[in-house]
Design a binder for this molecule. Structure first.
Ligand code: ADP
Ligand code: ZN
Length: 817
């Protein structure tokens, strides 16, 4: 007898044990998906352990209902090891990590189906009233119903119907039974037509039928030329081919069969046939160093710091080529959906259908197929966003993390993993080489490189003869007329200039902050918390300034504390507003807008970018999503409209984000034959993020900012965790936070090594009717952080009452605040 340890796709702290019934013992392997009972439901899980055992022990366990993968297990041992690490490190149930790792097309659903009990049928007059009566009535009239169906037909939420049905079940009015639903995603099968006669006989037949059945003759012509056809293709050539084929099947001349057809998203490309550019000296050097690592992986990550347009992608592709020649596979992580289209195109030009693409912009069916192509070894390069870090690549040799500093690598819901950090661990576990590429690495990453923990490679110049664009800072305190509030005079002139020359402009609105803030009209200062070095958020109600780390509060000053100038309340400028102003200024210009509102649909990003690339748009206005990666040679002007917005974000990384954003967006200018220019509007012209960006000086910015991190004890000098408490009850989240802070404090042994900040109201204080408070934990090392948290959580477990009606979530190495 065998016991299977199964990680369920459920918020359960640990995997559960099940008995493997005799009938499934051959099929049940490590890494396999299985269906198991959980309470009254059947849910999907993954076998993460198998142990032989005695009868007696096993008898008490519930049996596995079914094994869901019919051939090889879905998860390789390597992926089990990796996801286990993610679960432990990010303190998230293993099953939920697996759920995030595997495309949803692999999810089996089972749903309860409800019917009336004989008791209910016997005496409708005794039914309870209200909504219960409508549900019972519906079951009486329409027969057994799935839970979801009932909810829809009664017009209520699935959650609500759940509790109603449970009540009716205990009272004996209805009976529920789990039934497995057909999977939403299946293999796609297509009909193929095959010639079964030898060609000469087919030719004889064709002549025989030619006059009587011309369609059959036509079909035979094609089949003689090429004996295997997809029926759909034949029908496109010969209208009515289906009937003709059926006739030919009856004659015994052809056979029909169903075969699987992958929904590949890779355009049919000329993989490998484009001419390779000759590497620059810097590229050559970087490539050689990576080759050395590929030949003998030593576990040391590589940082490729290359300015925008320095040809990092070419280095990645050469390295991939080397890995493939060693019969290894490669994983390429790119930062966001808007980027994947362009990146995919370049990689497919080079590698053709050896690539599989994995990102959230694909349909569930496409992802399902791409995943299987990788797992079966039919594709050797996976390219995709965050979750592609879990791509099933056997014999992994190389991982590329492009734009490694990008915040989109961090998942903001459980499991709250950082794909770049998971990539580094995966490379270590599988003896692969990991290359982190960026023009503006995360401070943490560069810190490691500067201390020799990572190998530092550099591409300091652009490939093209064009230098990096000239960046100018426009002091908005000087350009102060009301007309200039959105677009200053110098920026207006610069745009007019480009329009006249038929060149394109990019206008960036920096609007990640959702909070209002104060800024001095004269010196540009934004009030910061004295303890936390984050900007204070302005609360109009009560006219106060608040710190969202430590909850420090002060009255909003009437004048600037630094220079006594008048203060302004800022609420940020929106893309729509900028579009309106530009339309009024330049009625002739063709404007495009790219922000969360205009990019809802699946292909919206691509459509907007394509029309910009085709120069159907003169000025593209957008949020940070326009700053990344795109390569449009005709952009010669980049304008940044509200650079200061970033200063208001209550996040110690705000200066770093601003530097990255400015550098990235500047990198879009002047990539073609004409030089680029960048204009940044700000009330803080001497702020370091602006001045170092102006000089294209990453190193200078790093040296400045790392000092702040050291002084204020932020990463990389300390490790952080954020604990979010949210509740529908406005007071519960706060009191639970206070209680938890007390528990954490009790477990502090060395005050220099562990610190708890808060509770403070989260910057997003209310979300979906839940009130949010958070705590910030600092620890000298990640080991101490985990130990401390775990100890505290153990006590919390014994006193669950204190967290009643409160949801708690833990974020290790948080990125956004
Ligand atoms: P990055 O990723 O560093 O921003 P890219 O890889 O996009 O830079 O390269 C910028 C441009 O230079 C691209 O159009 C690319 O095709 C081209 N390029 C890269 N390497 C070379 C080279 N060695 N010779 C000529 N062109 C190159
Ligand atoms: Zn503070």
């Amino acid at each position: 007898m065998t016991i299977a340890n199964v990680a369920l796709e459920q918020p359960l702290a640990t995997p559960l044990d099940y008995r493997v019934p005799e009938s499934l013992s051959a099929a049940c392997q490590l890494g396999q998906r299985v269906l198991v009972p959980l309470g009254s439901r059947q849910v999907q899980g993954y076998v993460v352990g198998l142990t032989p055992s005695h009868e007696v022990e096993v008898e008490a366990l519930k049996p596995i209902v079914d094994v869901l993968d019919d051939d090889a297990p879905l998860l390789t041992p390597a992926l089990l090891t990796l996801t286990r690490w993610v679960a432990d490190y990010y303190m998230c149930p293993w099953g939920l990590v697996l759920k995030a790792a595997v495309p949803q097309g692999f999810r089996v659903r089972s749903e309860a189906v409800y019917r009336l009990t004989p008791q209910a049928q016997a005496d409708p007059s005794a039914w309870p009233g209200g909504r219960a009566a409508s549900a019972l009535q519906l079951l009486a009239e329409q027969g057994p119903q799935r839970r979801g169906e009932l909810a829809r037909k009664l017009g209520v939420e699935v959650k609500e119907i759940g509790s109603l049905l449970r009540r009716l079940e205990t009272q004996g009015w209805v009976a529920g039974e789990q039934q497995r639903q057909a999977p939403k995603v299946r293999q796609r099968m297509v009909a193929m037509v095959r010639l079964t006669l030898p060609p000469e006989e087919a030719e004889t037949l064709r002549q025989e039928v030619a006059s009587r059945a011309p369609k059959q003759a036509d079909v035979l012509v094609h089949l003689i030329e090429q004996p295997l056809w997809e029926l759909a293709d034949l029908q496109a050539l010969v209208p009515g081919a289906r009937a003709a084929v059926q006739r030919l099947v009856q004659r015994g001349a052809v056979a029909m069969e169903q075969v699987e057809k992958m929904r590949s998203v890779i355009p049919k490309a000329n993989g490998g046939h484009d001419a390779l550019p000759r590497l620059t000296a810097a590229q050559q050097h970087a490539f050689q160093q990576i080759e050395v690592k590929l030949a003998a992986p030593d576990g040391v990550p590589v940082l490729l710091l290359g300015v925008t347009g320095s040809g990092k992608t070419e280095v990645y592709m050469r390295a991939i080529d080397t890995a493939l020649k060693q019969d290894k596979t490669a994983l390429v992580l790119v930062s966001e959906i808007s980027l994947t289209a362009q990146a995919t195109e370049r990689f497919t030009m080079r590698f053709g259908d050896r690539i599989a693409v994995l990102h959230s912009g694909l349909s569930a069916g496409e992802r399902f197929d791409e995943w299987r192509r990788l797992a079966r070894g039919e594709a050797h390069i996976a390219i995709g966003a965050r979750s592609a870090v879990f791509a099933p690549l056997p014999n992994l040799g190389l991982i590329i993390v492009d734009e490694e500093h990008d915040t989109s690598y961090k998942q903001e819901e459980a499991p709250r993993y950082h794909a770049r950090d998971v990539a580094i661990v995966r490379a270590q576990q599988e003896r692969a080489v990991v290359v982190l590429g960026s023009a503006t690495p995360a401070l943490e990453t560069f810190h490691h490189a500067s201390r020799g923990k990572y190998l530092h490679l550099a591409l300091p110049k652009r490939v093209s003869e064009q230098p990096l664009p000239k960046i100018m800072i426009i002091d908005q305190r000087v350009h102060a007329t009301p007309n200039e509030r959105v677009i200053s005079t110098p920026l207006r002139h610069a745009i007019a200039d480009r329009l006249e020359r038929g060149e394109q402009c990019l206008i960036l609105i920096n609007r990640r902050g959702y909070s209002a803030y104060l800024q001095c009209r004269e010196c540009g200062d934004v009030p910061h918390c004295a303890h936390c070095s984050v900007s204070l958020t302005y609360h109009a109600r009560g006219r106060t300034l608040k710190c969202h780390y430590c909850d420090y509060t002060q009255p909003a000053p009437a004048a600037c504390p630094v220079c006594h100038g008048p203060v302004l309340h800022h609420y940020g400028v929106g893309t729509q507003q900028v579009e309106d102003v530009l339309r009024a200024l330049f009625p002739e210009a063709r404007l495009g807008r790219m922000d969360r509102d205009t990019t809802r649909g699946k292909a919206a990003h691509e459509r907007i970018l394509r029309s910009f690339g085709a120069h159907e748009v003169d000025i593209l206005i957008g949020t940070q999503m326009i700053a990344k990666g795109h390569d449009f040679p005709n952009i010669t002007l980049v304008g940044v409209v509200s650079a200061d917005g970033a200063l208001s974000i209550p996040d110690f990384r705000a200066p770093e984000r601003l530097f990255q954003l400015l550098t990235q967006v500047a990198g879009r200018a002047g990539r073609g034959t004409r030089p680029g220019e960048v204009l940044i509007q700000t009330f803080r012209p001497d702020y370091e993020s602006m001045t170092f960006a102006r000089e294209h000086d990453f190193l200078g910015f790093f040296q400045h900012e790392i000092q702040n991190r050291r002084l204020l004890l932020y990463p990389p000098y300390m490790r952080l965790a954020k604990v979010l408490l949210d509740s529908p009850d406005p007071e519960r989240a706060q009191t639970a936070g206070e209680w938890l802070a007390g528990q954490l404090t009790r477990h502090i042994t060395e005050p220099q090594r562990l610190e708890v900040l808060g509770p403070a109201e989260a910057p997003l204080a209310k979300l979906q009717n839940r009130y949010r408070w958070h705590l910030m934990l600092k620890a000298a090392t990640s080991r101490e952080l985990h130990h401390w948290l775990q100890q505290t959580l153990d006590t919390v477990q014994q006193d669950r009452q204190q967290l009643r009606n409160v949801r708690m979530s833990i974020d290790i190495d948080p990125v956004l605040f």
